[in-house]
Unconditional design. Structure first.
Ligand code: ZN
Ligand code: ZN
Length: 437
């Protein structure tokens, strides 16, 4: 969908076909450079894990990450789109001759009370890095250190983005809208590729997984406010009962995915909240439904939202109620898409780094991830892959079943193996992205 890259490119053909080709770092030098960064990255992980901050409040987190990047000699721009930070690393070999890769890690924690009992558990009551964004930041420190150490062995520019407020879906958009972010991109040139990873509770540490095409969904929130006419529960004929209308709407919404979409088109319409009334014998004047709506393509997204409106408006009309309010949140996030040609290139690089057995594929998720906005907004290909984070021994004992998932109060990645694999794989993926155009 977003590809500007001819399909079928692979590492070997790129090198042969490109007269500009310079020696990329060898496997040996990448191994040495990435391994050297692991102790510092794991220490940073423990700090991030112990000091989580909620979305829109990542001030100390951003400052800690910025300081770590500054200690590598990078210039860090702070306060972009809220608490976002941006660091630019140019190769020593002549950045202007090479590609530009945008690499993003998110920084926010969740309103979860940690129950892991770890010695480095959250010191911030009721807040936890339960999604593993601490892993992402620690990995980023290692990656930027390794790329800095190897910066005489690649051409181009790496733009590191420390993004706030991923969990509330607003951070990527806020950064992209910030004039200072646009100015940085004007100075580096538009990125050729956007790249990120997310830790995974359904893969052992040491493994990664990636898929071509959509990997996260369009996420929309819809409020439906049904206006009826309140009255006595014993005299329903004198009222317009918004609860009965709401119940009709809830049931009819179930037909959108099952009867309006193609059977192979994946989507979800969930009513997460139905609020109305105060007491047994009072028919209330209004009722409210809160929906989450998930899809992959722009077209399906449009269809779902139009059908929801149609059903709500016409069912209210059928019951002689005023036109209901159907409010689609402006904070919806678009689906995230892995460019197929780039996915194949990056997979080749990951297999060369970890071995075939450790590079998996998975089913796309109907979860949300605002990383997709970087690729969509800048009209560039994007790649996101999953990073296994479960202690491999625990994984083996459990057969991968019954383990705490992301957002769980017991989510406890295996720091060293996860961060090490994250640093090795993202470094390899970025180096692949930096191969001459
Ligand atoms: Zn999350
Ligand atoms: Zn997350």
């Amino acid at each position: 969908m977003l590809s500007r890259i001819a399909p079928g490119l692979c590492l070997a053909t790129t090198l042969i076909a490109t007269p500009l080709a310079v020696a990329a770092p060898s496997a040996g030098s990448m191994d040495a450079a990435t391994s050297a960064t692991v102790p510092g990255a794991v220490e940073a992980y423990r700090w991030f894990h112990a000091n989580p901050e909620l979305s829109n409040h990542e001030a100390k987190t951003a400052a800690h990450l910025a300081a770590a990047l500054e200690s590598l000699g990078l210039t860090v721009h702070r306060g972009i789109g809220g608490h976002g930070i941006v660091a630019v690393l140019r190769s020593k070999t002549g950045a202007s001759k090479g590609p530009v890769v945008l690499y993003r890690a998110d920084m926010d924690g969740l309103p979860v009370k940690e129950e892991t009992g770890l010695p480095y558990a959250s010191k911030n009551p009721g807040v936890m890095h339960a999604c593993g964004h601490d892993i992402h930041m620690a990995t980023a420190i290692g990656v930027m250190a390794a790329l800095q150490a190897l910066s005489d062995q690649w051409h181009g520019t790496v733009i590191f983005v420390g993004q706030p407020s991923e969990e509330v879906g607003s951070g990527a958009r806020a950064m992209l809208r910030d004039k200072r972010f646009k100015k940085i991109l004007a100075s580096t040139g538009k990125p050729d590729l956007a790249i990120a990873l997310h830790d995974a509770a359904d893969l052992p540490a040491g493994d990664v997984s990636l898929i071509e095409g959509f990997h996260h969904a369009n996420v929309d929130s819809v409020d439906i406010i049904i206006h009826g006419k309140g009255g006595h529960g014993a005299r329903p004929h004198q009222t317009i009962d918004p609860i009965v209308i709401g119940a009709n709407i809830v049931m009819s919404l179930q037909t959108i995915v099952s009867r309006r979409l193609r059977p192979d088109d994946k989507a979800v319409v969930t009513v997460g909240k139905f609020a109305a009334g105060t007491k047994h014998n009072i028919i209330p004047p209004s009722a409210t439904l809160l929906l989450t709506v998930r899809s992959y393509s722009d077209e399906t997204r449009k269809t779902l939202l139009a059908e929801i409106r149609r059903i709500a408006v016409h069912l209210a009309k059928a019951h002689r109620a005023p036109r209901p309010e159907v409010i689609v949140s402006k904070h919806g996030i678009p689906a995230a898409y892995n460019d197929p040609a780039w996915t194949r290139r990056i997979r080749t690089a990951l297999v060369a780094t970890l071995g075939e057995a450790h590079v998996k594929t998975h089913n796309p998720s109907l979860g949300g991830e605002d990383f997709g906005l970087f690729a969509r907004d800048l009209k560039i290909p994007g790649i996101m892959f999953k990073l296994g984070a479960v202690d491999p021994k625990r994984w083996k004992r459990s057969g991968g079943k019954g383990l705490p998932g992301l957002h769980s109060d017991h989510w406890a990645p295996a720091p060293k193996a996860t961060v090490h694999t994250g640093i090795r794989t993202i470094t390899a993926a970025i180096v692949e992205g930096l191969r001459p155009r």
